[in-house]
Each structure stands twice: as C-alpha cells, then as structure tokens.
Ligand binder design. Structure first.
Ligand code: UGA
Ligand code: MN
Length: 257
C-alpha cells in the first residue's frame, strides 16, 4: 500500500540541497507517493525541474499554495512565532480526499523538507492499522536528545517531553502517521493557522477523531530513533553583497544552486 508523504517546501538558499537529500532517502523506499506543495503563488522552475529528475518509481504530485502574507513568518521573526506549512499540508489533504475516496488504502505521513529519515521508519508506518495512530520518538527536538512516547509491548505508557506535556499528543510532526482512511473518514479535518504553539499535531489528530488510546508505539517499542528533527543552518550571503559593492558583480544568477 502506498505511503502518501506530504512535504511543504519554500524557496530559500538551501531548498534544493534539502530536497535533494530527502529525495535520495526516499529513492530507497518502495511504494511511495510524494506530495510536494510549494509555498509559492505558482510552481517554480527550480522545483519543477527537480521533480522531472525524480525516478518514475516514486509517484509525485506537485502542488502549490502560497501562505497569505499575514500568516507568513518574516525572516527575522523567531521560528516559533507562527506555524509553518499549514496551508500547504491542507492543500495536500484536499488532494487526497478528492482523489482517493475509491481507493482508500495507504498511509499518510508529514515530512519536513529538512528533517532526516532512516528508511526503516517507512516499514514501521506500514504496520499501522485502522484507527490507530502510529507513534515513535523523534531525535533532537524539544531541546532534548529525543522526545516521544514511552512504550511497553507496543502500548504507550507515558510520553517523554519537557514541554507542555498535557497536550493531547505531546509529539512532533515527524513522530506520527495514520492510515489514509482516517482522513477520508474525517473529510473536514484540517491544520489550523491559529492553534496554540505546539498544538498543531494534537489538533489534527483530534480532528481525525483520535486520542491517546488510539496510539500504538512503533520503532522497537519506541526505543529506536529513526527520525531526526534536523534543521539546516541559514547560510550567510554577506560576500555576495561585498563583491557587488567592490566589483559591481556578484555570483552568476543563471547558475542554479
Ligand atoms: C517544526 C516541525 O518539524 C514542523 O513540522 C512544523 O510545521 C513546525 O515546527 C511548526 O511549528 O509549524 P521547523 O523545523 O521549525 O519545524 O519548521 P520548518 O522546517 O521551517 O517548516 C516546516 C515545513 O514547512 C518545511 O517542510 C518547510 O519547507 C515548510 N515551510 C516553512 C513552508 O512551506 N513555508 C514557510 O514559510 C516555512
Ligand atoms: Mn524543519
């Protein structure tokens, strides 16, 4: 059964590098359908060309949905100020609901374009049964070495987190997956721009009619970290400006990076 992977992505200096790294992980996995949603008012040339080079055994859907200016994080805002990827993930959910009513088999997993994934996580996702939410620890997140469920015999006995432990699901976006049936059965379920900080994951799972009793602990009883919340450092570009000032020309903009 396919795993539908939902990845919002936006233009920045490291976008192609991050997406390339993620693609090269996904190329080792069978039966994937990668939904890439650009945070842009149109499909960009960079991502269009990137997608053309993806081997055909990965199914790809290319969408775009621009975050309205009022909801967009400014480059000097702290990253926690506004949730990211909300409208893009919703566009992907709408795509799934529209196209898969007749073939509801499969799984849904939300991937950041800059996280790091061990390919074994996809085998874990394929173990999820109806009305279960598969959960597992995520590495390097929440100012901890890892954060996530604590399990015994696949049953979640508690949740290890240092932050807002009373959230319905105190986990990161990379720490859960569900079956597609859940989205088809709750066709109104959407991410919301305005939920309290850290409640995005809890919000969508609650909208899907799931609570902690539906959680099943995967990844070796929640003892294997197979996903890391890595974040790509924002590169400095000071030398571009310096060169421009000194010589009137900086790097060749026709060279795609
Ligand atoms: C953490 C979680 O890992 C995200 O899944 C969650 O969406 C985010 O917090 C949040 O609070 O909303 P973090 O690494 O801080 O993630 O976020 P980013 O990686 O910057 O963004 C998450 C996804 O949204 C990425 O795939 C990114 O490319 C995309 N994004 C980000 C956009 O589409 N537009 C933006 O303006 C920013
Ligand atoms: Mn990220």
């Amino acid at each position: 059964e396919p795993i539908y992977l939902i990845t919002p992505t936006y233009a920045r200096f490291t976008q192609k590098a991050d997406m390339t790294r993620l693609l090269y992980t996904l190329m080792h996995v069978e039966s994937l359908h990668w939904i890439i949603i650009e945070d842009h008012d149109e499909k960009t040339e960079l991502i269009t060309k990137f997608i053309e080079r993806i081997p055909t055994d990965i199914q790809v859907t290319h969408l775009n949905m621009k975050t309205p200016p009022m909801d967009k994080l400014a480059s000097d805002d702290p990253s926690w100020l506004k949730p990211r990827g909300v409208q893009q993930r919703n566009a992907a959910i709408e795509f799934l609901i529209k196209h898969y009513q007749e073939s509801p088999e499969g799984y849904v997993y939300f991937l950041d374009d800059d996280n790091t994934y061990d390919i074994r996580i996809f085998d874990e996702i394929r173990k999820i049964e109806e009305d279960q939410v598969g959960v597992w620890p995520v590495g390097i997140v929440g100012k901890l070495r890892y954060e996530g469920p604590v399990c015994s015999n696949g049953e979640v006995t508690s949740w290890f987190t240092a932050w807002k432990p009373d959230r319905p699901f105190p986990i990161d976006m990379a720490g859960f997956a569900v079956r597609l049936e859940n989205f088809l059965g709750s066709p109104e379920a959407r991410f919301k721009q305005r939920v309290p900080r850290g409640y995005q994951e809890s919000h969508i799972l609650t909208e899907l009619g799931l609570d902690r009793t539906n959680a099943v602990g995967l990844a070796n009883n929640c003892r294997d970290v197979l996903v890391w919340h890595t974040r790509t450092e924002k590169p400095r570009m000071d030398a571009e400006e310096k060169l421009m000032k000194a010589t009137g020309a900086a790097s060749d903009l026709s060279i795609e990076v």
